[in-house]
Design a protein around this ligand. Structure first.
Ligand SMILES: CC(C)(COP(=O)(O)OP(=O)(O)OC[C@H]1O[C@@H](n2cnc3c(N)ncnc32)[C@H](O)[C@@H]1OP(=O)(O)O)[C@@H](O)C(=O)NCCC(=O)NCCS
Length: 165
């Protein structure tokens, strides 16, 4: 499966929203994505496409504010999960933030979201707290990875950053 990664543009939003609606019980609106990619100078959003058909099969976003970054969203089309695409997207997001000077990366995840928690734990994120009722129907776990000591892991490692996709 040959893939390409590119910054998310307004033209991508229809396909992104299809995955969003299928992936989350409280999906973001088109306007939320639109604002993020056109009006937020701190954000970086990516899409992952199949090289041949150009079909979007995943996306993610991150904010970088000085030495801290915050992953805002991540989703992979249900037919293409468990093939390393989530790892690929998040790794690219984090690399971008580290290049801008981030040292710590934060995210929120549903307590019950075993798939995502496993993914983040595999990338050495640790639970550092909880936000009560963050998702209206459930608490969020706050996870963080501190790259000050382990920066080279993600900047240099082939296994964490499959640039060949
Ligand atoms: C979470 C999500 C992005 C993972 O994407 P993915 O492309 O399937 O992830 P990867 O293939 O890169 O998997 C990486 C690791 O995640 C974990 N993981 C992924 N899917 C899993 C599953 N169904 N069950 C358990 N662990 C799983 C595993 O640790 C996996 O490593 P392994 O393959 O060595 O076992 C995807 O399941 C998704 O889009 N879910 C719906 C949206 C969502 O919950 N987003 C996260 C919001 S915080």
């Amino acid at each position: 499966m040959e893939l390409e990664i590119a910054p998310m543009t307004v033209k991508d939003l229809e396909e992104v929203l299809e995955i969003e609606i299928d992936s989350f019980s409280f999906p973001w609106s088109r306007n939320s994505f639109y604002t993020e990619i056109t009006g937020n100078g701190y954000s970086y959003y990516l899409v992952c496409r199949l090289k041949d058909s150009k079909k979007i099969i995943g996306y993610g976003g991150i904010w970088t504010l000085f030495d801290e970054a915050h992953i805002t969203t991540l989703a992979v089309h249900s037919l293409y999960r468990q093939a390393g695409i989530g790892t690929l997207i998040i790794t690219r997001l984090i690399k971008n933030s580290l290049q801008k000077g981030a040292q710590k990366v934060f995210l929120e995840v549903r307590d019950s979201n075993r798939e995502a928690r496993n993914l983040y734990e595999k990338l050495q994120f640790k639970v550092i707290g909880k936000r009560k009722n963050y998702y209206l129907d459930e608490d969020a776990l706050v996870m963080m990875r501190d790259f000050i000591e382990t920066e080279t892991d993600i900047k240099g490692s082939v296994s964490l950053c499959p640039d060949n996709h």
